[in-house]
Design a protein. Sequence first.
Length: 71
Amino acid sequence: MLSILQLLIHFGEVAPNLAYCDTHLVIYHAYLQSFFLIILFIKNYYVNKKVFHLHDMNTINLNQLLDFDKL
């Protein structure tokens, strides 16, 4: 399984190839947002054994979700 650093390096290498025009940049940005949201869902599931719901986002400590050391 790839580490977070390896994933970021991989996306850093892929990004210039996708950035031919503004449309590709918008699609790539949306893809990255989706990717990291999926990472948060998976992390939260394995740490807390439950999946948070979008309507609970206001009550979630984002610093706790982004702490990848506990993955």
